[in-house]
Design a protein around this ligand. Structure first.
Ligand SMILES: [Zn+2]
Length: 301
């Protein structure tokens, strides 16, 4: 490398960027034509820049991506938990509290065409009603109960409602009032069709059966999990399936506590299904995060 090479190399960066005067350009090109070393130097400068930084940041970016997904999972986990709590809260606030019968609870108004209106007192937030015709067709029997709930008591008062009873032909109307825990239904309107003995409307037990089915399923799947605990693939499938009945059982505890009988079985069942979904998500995400946390700890040691 001679003296002029040094001068040319000082100029090369400017030459590459086209930031030299015509005179300098000619000078550089004239030198390059006769100097292989400087030609090599120029070629190196003109070659597309490799990004050495990339090789350093790749694992870092991977880690960042993993942390990002982990954070997303934590956010979803929190959201699912909040949702489960919210559904449980709403179910608790709207759970019917059955009102014992009193004269102010409901009143009757019979029209000439045989239709009878039932008007409910102020404390009533809702009612359940089932009706049927007697076997001989002369009577129209109605079983009714009224309830209030915390939502209506403290948050938003529901309007006083009324119900309409419409018997066919000349049927006479008989209305019984039932309430949780009462020994028998109370006759509150019409003639007693069960003069010889009491009649009682029983709460439905369907939730108890569902609870037992879910518990049995969970037990069977737990056994399968134990049997296949060495086979990662099968164990994972069994695990995800097992969490379904477990979520149902937890959902039942959220909505009904340890009670299984219900006058509002359909409402309770839907509430359980609704709360079961976020609970299932919480289980899946929690297991996933726990597994990652464990793997990270094992990798550290
Ligand atoms: Zn040179």
């Amino acid at each position: 490398m001679n003296h002029s090479c040094n001068v040319i190399r000082d100029l090369l960066p400017l030459y590459v960027e086209n930031m030299v005067s015509e005179e300098t350009r000619l000078l550089v090109e004239k030198h390059l034509a006769g100097c292989a070393d400087c030609q090599k130097q120029l070629a190196a400068m003109q070659a597309p820049q490799k990004l050495p930084a990339d090789t350093i940041t790749a694992p870092l970016r991977k880690l960042k991506g993993r942390l990002f997904w982990q954070r997303i999972e934590v956010i979803f986990l929190t959201a699912a938990l909040i949702l489960a709590f919210a559904i449980t809260g709403v179910a608790y606030l709207t759970a019917p509290e059955y009102l014992p019968y009193s004269d102010e609870l409901l009143s009757f108004h019979a029209c000439e065409d045989g239709t009878t209106f039932i008007t409910f007192g102020e404390e009533v937030a809702g009612y359940d009603l089932s009706s049927y015709s007697t076997q001989d067709g002369s009577g129209y029997v109605c079983h009714i109960t009224a309830w209030n709930n915390l939502w209506s008591s403290y948050i938003a008062k529901s309007n006083t409602q009324s119900a309409v009873l419409k018997p066919e032909g000349n049927q006479t109307i008989t209305v019984y009032y039932y309430v949780d825990g009462a020994e028998e239904d109370t006759l509150i309107f019409g003639r007693d069709l069960h003069a010889d003995g009491g009649i009682v409307t029983l709460p439905r037990l369907v939730l108890a059966y569902y609870f037992l089915i879910a518990a049995a399923l969970a037990a069977v799947l737990a056994m399968l999990w134990f049997v296949f605990r060495q086979h990662d693939k099968i164990r994972n499938i069994v695990e995800k399936t097992l969490l379904l009945p477990v979520s149902y059982l937890v959902g039942h505890l959220c909505i009904k506590g340890f009670k299984t009988s219900s006058y509002a079985a359909q409402r309770d069942f839907f509430a359980i299904l609704l709360v079961m979904m976020p609970i299932y998500c919480v289980f899946l995400l929690a297991i996933n995060l726990l597994r990652k946390y464990r793997a990270k700890r094992q990798a550290r040691f």
